[in-house]
Ligand binder design. Structure first.
Ligand code: NAD
Length: 432
């Protein structure tokens, strides 16, 4: 794998660069602290059998990584995908440490995943796999130690199963609901959690436009938007920007390809088409058939706002050259490579980096965890007000950092995260 495509390597490079910039302005950062912040605290790799519907046994490999215990519990999603490996999960866990510092939540970073293709598994197989995986990582997870959440390939159903499995082994735990977030409402889930990552991204985008940072874009009304990925984050982003802000969603894609129409789509109609029983491909492709686009053509269509909401390493150097947008709102984790970053900066594209843009999910997860600890359930308005406040404050802190250090938005986000993490370590001291 080349440097450009190795996600963990890219995060470590960005981190080192942030530390360097921080040291130039203040005092140089203790190399021991830098090493501590780069080293994952605990990594568990498990292999386990699952009985498949046809009676055969299949062996699955899964991981859980706790990156940093600056604060506990650690927090991070669980990914079901054929692309999962220990390096990607470690990178995503480090991302979570940085995100929690940018948006100022008292969590450390973690991530987990299983190598599998959930689209090719039956609901029963997925349930058995989820229960066994939960059992395998049970030494790590708990309401005060490590709290999983949804990510690619998982959602409220899997989170409900994780809660139930944990509860079977912890009958007397008074706060068992707090072992996992992103649960269904009936199991202590939080209102507005499902769309939280998208809503958080929308709040940041709105603030960027308000502050005049969005390269001449003065309003979101009629702004043209292309969204890559049409799962939880992609659909809700398209839907919120269309319904609440009046944006025109001119492009939508999933793993099979994209659709494009300058007149705009109704995201909820496209979702209906994608999830229709008769649509065997379960893809957006075929919706207004003449407007189908290949995956590599999709990201380079002209628009005001480009939203990568699929997976890491999508906007690479060769694509960045041809990108024609004013703003990139990174809702996926790690969608843009370092080389692409440089090209986009030179082209004056305004980038809202992932470790700020997609923290809406973990912010509302924090709300869910607090509610589970208190035994309450808040109304949607309360959750969304907290989300807006947290996201806009973090964005203003980023703008301030970018100005103070005269750096790019990605560099600013890393400086913000690193300086706050270092402060936590200094305040706690090192045991013993
Ligand atoms: P999901 O599994 O619900 O959806 C992923 C979507 O991406 C699917 O529609 C899939 O078809 C599509 N996709 C995959 N490869 C693609 C490609 N090459 N081109 C276009 N589309 C492609 O996952 P999600 O929860 O929506 O997560 C999406 C991204 O957002 C991931 O990077 C995830 O880590 C990040 N994220 C998610 C959350 C959350 O709360 N779910 C929070 C923070 C960050």
């Amino acid at each position: 794998m080349t440097e450009e495509f190795n996600y963990l390597r890219r995060i470590l490079l960005d981190f080192d660069h942030g530390v360097e910039l921080l040291g130039e302005k203040t005092e140089p950062v203790d190399p021991g602290l830098v090493e501590l912040l780069k080293s994952p605290s605990k990594r568990l790799s498990v292999q386990f059998p699952v009985k498949m519907d046809n009676g055969t046994l299949e062996i699955f490999r899964g991981y859980r990584v706790q990156h940093s215990k600056l604060y506990e519990p650690t927090k991070g999603g669980i990914r079901y995908s054929p692309d999962v490996d220990l390096s990607v999960i470690t990178a995503l866990a480090m991302d979570m440490t940085l995100k929690c510092r940018v948006v100022d939540l008292p969590f450390g970073g973690a991530k987990g995943g299983v190598i599998c293709n959930p689209r090719e598994m039956s609901p029963d197989e997925l349930e058995r796999m989820t229960r066994r995986y939960t059992f395998e990582i049970s030494s790590m997870i708990g309401p005060d130690s490590d709290v999983p959440a949804p990510d690619i390939g998982t959602g409220p159903k899997e989170m409900g199963i994780i809660f139930d499995t944990y509860k079977m082994f912890n009958q007397k735990a008074p706060d068992a609901y707090a072992v996992v977030t992103g649960k269904p409402l009936s199991l202590g889930g939080c209102r507005a959690r499902l769309e939280a990552t998208a809503q958080g991204g929308a709040y940041v985008l709105e603030e960027a436009v308000k502050q005049g940072c969005a390269r001449g874009l003065t309003s979101l009304k009629d702004a043209t938007v292309i969204v890559q990925g049409f799962g939880n984050v992609g659909f809700h982003t398209a839907n919120i920007l269309h319904k609440d802000y009046g944006c025109k969603i001119i492009g939508i894609s999933d793993s099979k390809g994209g659709i494009y129409n300058p007149k705009g789509f109704s995201p909820s109609d496209v979702l209906k088409y994608k999830t229709d029983e008769k649509n065997e491909k379960k893809s957006v492709i075929g919706y207004e058939a003449r407007n189908t686009l290949a995956i590599d053509e999709f990201l380079t269509k002209e628009c005001d706002i480009l939203v990568p909401a699929a997976k890491e390493t999508q906007i690479v150097g060769s694509i960045a050259d041809d990108i024609k947008t004013k703003v990139i709102l990174e809702l996926a984790n790690g969608p843009t490579t370092n080389l692409a970053d440089k090209i986009l900066f030179e082209k004056d594209v305004y980038l809202i980096p992932d470790i700020l843009a997609n923290t809406g999910g973990v912010t509302v997860s924090y709300c869910e965890w607090l509610q589970n600890k208190e035994g309450t359930q808040w109304e949607t308005d309360i959750v969304n007000n907290i989300l807006r406040e947290k996201m806009t404050t973090a964005y203003r802190d980023l703008v301030f950092t970018v100005k103070s250090y005269d750096v790019t938005t990605r560099e600013g986000a890393y400086i913000l995260a690193t300086s706050r993490a270092i402060q936590v370590i200094k305040d706690r001291g090192i045991f013993p």
